[in-house]
Design a protein around this ligand. Structure first.
Ligand code: HEC
Ligand code: HEC
Ligand code: HEC
Length: 426
C-alpha cells in the first residue's frame, strides 16, 4: 500500500517537474546583444519630448526615482507580500543602467517582462499593462530614457526569500496570469473611449492600484477596479461600487485628473496625487479620453442621482453640528476643521472640500482620511497636518464622528489602532 502511494507520488512529482520544465522552456528568452549607447543626436527633439509626456502618463518616476535620489536612477523599494523589490536604474549608464540596451531589448522588457540578459522581471514592474503599449509610444519612451544624463547607481538587491528569488520561476506566474499583446479596439465604443482604454489599461496602468490582487499578486480580472487597500492608503473602487455620494461623471473625472481636485468629490491625495502630477504633460484630449473610459467603468450614464438635491442635503446635514452629550469628535471638528471645511453659503468649492461629499469619509477603510488629518494636504499651504496637535485617541474620535455624521456607511472598526499605523507610516 505504502509502496503504491510512494510510486504514485513519484510519478506525480516527475510529471510536475516535467511540466515546470516545459513551462520554463516555453518562456525561455535569449540574451539580446549589448550595444554602445547611441549618441543623443540620434533621437529627434520631438521624439524625446513625446517620450517625456509618455513617461509622465506611465508614472515611471514614481517607482524609478528614489526619494531624494537622481531622476530615474532607481532604488525605490516596492514592498510586496513576499519581500521588497527595488525598481532599477533607467538612465543610460552602461554599467548599472540601460545604456547597453537596444530598442529591441527595451521593447521586450516592456512587453514581456524580460531583462536584456533574458531573465524574467517581477510583475511589481507593471509590464502586464505595458504589454499593451504600441511601437510608436515605446520608441518615444526609449528615446527619452536614452537621452537622460547617465547616473552610476547599482540597483539594490531584492529581499525575496528562496525560492521566489529564482527569476526562472516567474515563467509559472506568466503562464497563469500574463496575457501579452495589444488590446484589439472595441468596435462597440467610439474613438475617445478606445483611446482612454488604451491609456488606462496600458501605460497609465490604473488597475495596478485600483484592482484587487490575489494571493500571488495578480490582478483579479473579475474584480476589475473594485478598489483595494495599498500601503497606508486605500485605492477606491472606480466602478458603480464607489461609495462617494455623487457619481464619477465624465466632467468630474476630467476635472479630477486634470487639476487634482473637484468640488463634488475632493482632492487627489497620496499616490494618486503623483498620478495626477504625471498626467500634467498629457494633452487635454488624453485626459478627457481617460475620463470617458472611466465614466463608462463607473456606469455614470445610468446613475439616477439628483446631484443638486444630494449636494443641498449633504451641506444642510453637515451644518448641523451637535455638541450634545459631550461629543468629543464634534468639538474637535468645530475647533480644528470647521473654519475651513464649513460650506455655510451652501456651495461646495474645490478649495474647501465638503466632507459630507468626500470619498475619504465614505470609503471602506479609514486610511485616506487618517493620512490627510495627520499629514495634511500634498499642496503646501492648503491644509495643515494635525499629527502634533491631536493625540491618537482624538483623531480616532474625530474620524468616527465624521463617519457617523457625514456618511451612511457602517462605523470603522478599531480606529485607534488604524491611527497608530497611519502615524507610523511617515
Ligand atoms: C509600480 C512601479 C513601477 C512603475 C510605475 C514602473 N516601473 Fe519599471 N520597474 C519596476 C520594478 C520594481 C522593476 C524591477 C523588476 C525586477 O527586478 O524584476 C522595474 C524594471 C524596469 C525595467 C527593466 C530594467 C532592468 O534593468 O532590468 C524597465 C526597462 C522599466 N522598468 C521601464 C519602466 C518604464 C519605461 C516605466 C514607465 C512607463 C516604468 N518602468 C514604470 C517598477 C516600476
Ligand atoms: C499608484 C497607485 C495608483 C494608480 C496607478 C492610480 N491610482 Fe487612482 N487612486 C489611488 C489612491 C490611493 C486613491 C485614493 C486617494 C485619493 O483620494 O486621491 C486614488 C483615487 C482615485 C480617484 C478618486 C476616487 C474617489 O472616490 O475618491 C480616481 C477617480 C482615480 N484614482 C482614478 C485613477 C485613474 C483614472 C488612474 C489611471 C490614470 C489611477 N487612478 C491610477 C491610487 C492610484
Ligand atoms: C486651514 C484650512 C483647513 C483646515 C484647518 C482643515 N482643512 Fe481639510 N482641507 C483644506 C483644504 C484647502 C483641502 C483641499 C486640499 C488640497 O486641495 O490639496 C482640504 C482637504 C481635506 C480633505 C480631503 C482629502 C481628500 O482626499 O479629498 C479632508 C478629508 C479634510 N481636509 C479633512 C479635514 C479635517 C478632518 C480637518 C480638521 C482636523 C481639516 N481638514 C482641517 C483646508 C483645511
Amino acid at each position: 500500500m505504502i509502496k503504491k502511494i510512494v510510486a504514485g507520488l513519484s510519478i506525480l512529482l516527475a510529471l510536475l517537474l516535467a511540466l515546470a520544465g516545459v513551462v520554463a522552456a516555453y518562456y525561455w528568452r535569449p540574451a539580446i546583444a549589448p550595444i554602445n549607447p547611441p549618441p543623443a543626436e540620434t533621437f529627434s527633439r520631438q521624439l524625446v519630448e513625446q517620450g517625456r509626456v509618455l513617461a509622465g502618463i506611465g508614472n515611471c518616476a514614481a517607482c524609478h526615482t528614489a526619494k531624494d535620489g537622481a531622476d530615474y536612477a532607481g532604488g525605490r523599494g516596492l514592498a510586496t507580500a513576499f519581500g521588497t523589490i527595488y525598481a532599477t536604474n533607467l538612465t543610460p549608464d552602461t554599467q548599472t543602467g540601460i545604456g547597453r540596451w537596444s530598442l529591441a531589448a527595451f521593447q521586450r522588457a516592456m512587453r514581456e517582462g524580460v531583462r536584456r540578459d533574458g531573465d524574467h522581471l517581477y510583475p511589481a514592474f507593471p509590464y502586464t499593462h505595458f504589454t499593451h503599449v504600441n511601437d510608436a509610444d515605446l520608441t518615444a519612451l526609449y528615446a527619452y530614457f536614452m537621452t537622460r544624463p547617465p547616473v552610476y547607481a547599482a540597483p539594490r538587491a531584492n529581499t525575496l526569500p528562496f525560492p521566489l528569488n529564482l527569476r526562472a520561476l516567474q515563467a509559472g506566474w506568466k503562464l497563469l496570469y500574463f496575457k501579452p499583446g495589444a488590446l484589439a479596439p472595441d468596435a462597440a465604443h467610439g474613438q475617445d473611449w478606445n483611446r482612454g482604454r488604451y491609456l488606462a489599461e496600458g501605460l497609465a496602468h490604473c488597475a495596478a492600484c485600483h484592482t484587487p490582487r490575489n494571493a500571488l499578486g495578480a490582478e483579479i480580472a473579475s474584480s476589475a477596479y473594485l478598489g483595494r487597500p495599498m500601503a497606508h492608503w486605500y485605492a477606491p473602487a472606480l466602478t458603480s461600487a464607489n461609495t462617494a455620494p455623487l457619481p464619477w461623471t465624465k466632467d468630474e473625472l476630467t476635472a479630477f485628473l486634470r487639476t487634482g481636485a473637484t468640488a463634488l468629490h475632493g482632492v487627489a491625495a497620496g499616490p494618486m496625487s503623483t498620478v495626477v502630477q504625471g498626467l500634467k504633460g498629457a494633452p487635454d484630449s488624453d485626459v478627457r479620453a481617460l475620463a470617458i473610459y472611466f465614466a463608462d467603468v463607473a456606469d455614470a450614464e445610468h446613475s439616477k442621482t439628483d446631484v443638486d438635491a444630494v449636494v443641498k442635503a449633504a451641506i444642510a446635514h453637515s451644518q448641523k453640528v451637535s455638541l450634545v452629550d459631550n461629543d468629543r469628535g464634534a468639538s474637535l471638528y468645530v475647533a480644528a476643521c470647521a473654519a475651513c471645511h464649513s460650506n455655510s453659503d451652501g456651495r461646495p468649492v474645490a478649495v474647501r472640500p465638503e466632507l459630507s461629499l468626500n470619498s475619504a469619509v465614505s470609503l471602506p477603510d479609514p486610511a485616506n482620511l487618517l493620512q490627510v488629518i495627520l499629514h495634511g494636504s500634498n499642496n503646501p499651504g492648503l491644509m495643515p497636518g494635525f499629527a502634533q496637535a491631536l493625540s491618537d485617541a482624538d483623531i480616532a474620535q474625530l474620524a468616527a464622528y465624521l463617519r457617523r455624521s457625514r456618511s451612511s456607511q457602517p462605523a470603522w472598526p478599531e480606529l485607534e489602532a488604524a491611527v497608530v499605523r497611519a502615524r507610523a507610516a511617515q
